[in-house]
Design a protein around this ligand. Structure first.
Ligand SMILES: *[C@@H]1O[C@H](CO)[C@@H](O)[C@H](O)[C@H]1NC(C)=O
Ligand SMILES: *[C@@H]1O[C@H](CO)[C@@H](O)[C@H](O)[C@H]1NC(C)=O
Ligand SMILES: *[C@@H]1O[C@H](CO)[C@@H](O)[C@H](O)[C@H]1NC(C)=O
Ligand SMILES: *[C@@H]1O[C@H](CO)[C@@H](O)[C@H](O)[C@H]1NC(C)=O
Ligand SMILES: *[C@@H]1O[C@H](CO)[C@@H](O)[C@H](O)[C@H]1NC(C)=O
Length: 460
């Protein structure tokens, strides 16, 4: 035994000696791969986070605030000028008013200058960021060729699994909601906030019709891209029989309706005329609650024909399933039609849903059909209005005379409900009778106590 060990050691010694005798000991480990450039990855990482911190919604808000400021100053100037005109006693203008106006003009000039420099900075930032993003993307693609061990891919897989797991957990415990909604497919990003009022007008019939709806056709005929529409409930605050068209926003504001009215029926109300204010125009057709029916009516503006879409049995109608707040319910708001990037939707409630909101896609084919339906757990009488944006249903509630809150969201792609959206709408009048999202310009159009108001929706 001992001998054998000695023999082996001797043999080893010999080999080593042989190697030494050649005076060379090379141990070559050849890696067919290039070394991973860790430093490069960390600069890319650094540059990406720099990019992120450069672009913030704050930058966009800055612009919004300046624009809003300008919007407020201009009517003031107009008022001052008209005061000056009233004070004009022949040849002598009131010196005082001239001073006031000079001041106004100076402030407006300052606003415009700031707007100019902000816009410039934005343009610079955008160009800069685009270049940086292109560089980053090229770098990342290059770095990915090093990923022979599939590390990045695994990490991505893990990330996906973790997200699925989180979603699964939340499904089992609906009270623990994620603070951020899962990413849904929206071309503009995540719904974040809304601006203050961007349009506020009494329109052509100031104060005449308390209930109505207005907006833009998201899928207009060629040449009608800038058109606006208005429907006022002209009979008993409940019914309407025509839609009024304007060729631009300014025509709507000054009340100049060149195309005029398109009539659904000569009487109001009559079979298949409009009942309730939550109306939308989509693809040159008006969608609304048909008079005295639990059905959606579609009025084709081109052919002047009407088709119906019957809603499920048990659908509440004729003011039995309204939007409400503590002090009142809004009459004949049983059916709320809505538009978003994907088309037309109808929001309603049924007896079998115990008054909770139900959402259905309206398939706009000929004939109209009811598409997929979702059942929510939000009680309709605790909601004042709803709108759709990017396949997500949003609901509002009344806070007080000046504030409305977008408090609830239901994502149709994930089925996730949130009760903590917490975005406030600055109201110009106490009651919002209709509210709809325009996917062409991401504006929210509201009709409130005869005023037309719009807000810009901010995504990120
Ligand atoms: C990171 O940014 C710096 C300066 O902005 C630039 O010189 C560098 O090329 C960028 N690196 C990568 C990897 O994009
Ligand atoms: C904006 O600023 C540039 C200089 O930075 C100036 O040439 C231009 O006239 C300004 N535009 C307005 C509308 O003030
Ligand atoms: C939304 O915008 C308003 C100003 O318009 C601001 O006061 C508020 O903090 C913003 N909310 C969020 C969640 O960013
Ligand atoms: C309106 O009618 C015209 C002519 O039949 C048709 O081409 C168009 O698709 C209809 N619009 C809608 C929304 O049904
Ligand atoms: C309305 O509610 C908002 C938010 O709670 C509050 O800031 C505001 O002061 C209230 N306004 C009135 C008139 O009560």
């Amino acid at each position: 035994m001992k001998l054998r060990v000695i023999v082996t050691l001797c043999a080893l010694f010999t080999i080593t000696q042989q190697v030494f005798s050649q005076d060379k000991c090379t141990c070559e480990l050849t890696n067919s791969e290039k070394a991973f450039p860790h430093d490069k990855l960390s600069t890319v990482e650094g540059n990406a986070s720099k990019c992120n911190s450069n672009i913030t919604p704050q930058k966009t808000l800055e612009l919004e605030i300046l624009l809003l400021g300008l919007e407020r100053r201009l009517p003031q100037l107009q008022e001052d000028v008209s005061m000056l005109e009233r004070e004009d006693d022949g040849d002598l203008y009131a010196v005082l008013s001239l001073y006031v106006i000079e001041n106004e003009l100076m402030e407006i000039k300052q606003l415009i200058d700031r707007l100019n420099s902000t816009t410039k900075a934005h343009q610079g930032l955008t160009a800069d960021t685009t270049k940086q993003l292109e560089d980053l993307s090229a770098e990342m693609q290059e770095l990915q060729t090093y990923d022979t061990m599939q590390v990045v891919k695994r990490l991505e897989d893990n990330h996906r699994l973790k997200r699925d797991l989180d979603q699964c957990k939340n499904g089992f415990h609906p009270t623990i909601q994620p603070t951020q909604p899962p990413h849904s497919k929206c071309p503009h990003g995540e719904f974040q906030n809304i601006t203050g009022p961007r349009v506020y007008t009494a329109g052509e019939y100031p104060g005449s019709y308390k209930y109505g709806a207005w907006g833009r056709d998201p899928k207009p005929e060629a040449g009608k891209e800038s058109w606006y529409w208005l429907v006022m409930l002209t009979s008993s605050n409940r019914y309407a029989n025509y839609i009024r068209l304007y060729s631009s926003l300014s025509s709507l504001i000054v009340g100049l309706s060149i195309p005029g009215n398109v009539q659904i029926h000569s009487s109001n109300p009559a079979t298949n005329t409009i009942q309730g204010p939550n109306i939308v125009l989509y693809g040159e057709a008006l969608y609304y609650n048909c008079y005295n029916l639990d059905a959606v009516c579609r009025f084709n503006l081109t052919t002047k024909t009407i088709t119906n879409l019957q809603l499920p049995k048990g659908t509440r109608f004729n003011s039995k399933g309204n939007f409400c707040h503590l002090e009142e319910c809004y009459p004949f708001t049983d059916l709320d039609l809505a538009t978003d990037e994907s088309g037309v939707w109808v929001i309603y409630t049924t007896s079998q849903d115990f008054g909770n909101l139900v959402l259905s896609k309206v398939e706009e084919d000929e004939p109209m059909t009811l598409g997929q339906t979702w059942h929510t757990s939000v009680y309709k009488q605790g909601v004042t209005n709803t709108f759709m944006a990017c396949g997500v249903l949003y609901a509002t509630r009344y806070v007080n005379k000046t504030m409305e809150e977008i408090f609830y969201a239901f994502d149709t792609t994930t089925g996730v409900e949130r009760f903590n959206v917490g975005v406030f709408i600055n109201k110009m009048s106490p009651n919002i009778y209709s509210l709809n999202y325009s996917p062409v310009d991401q504006m929210l159009h509201a009709y409130c106590d005869s005023f037309m108001v719009s807000y810009k929706v901010l995504f990120w």
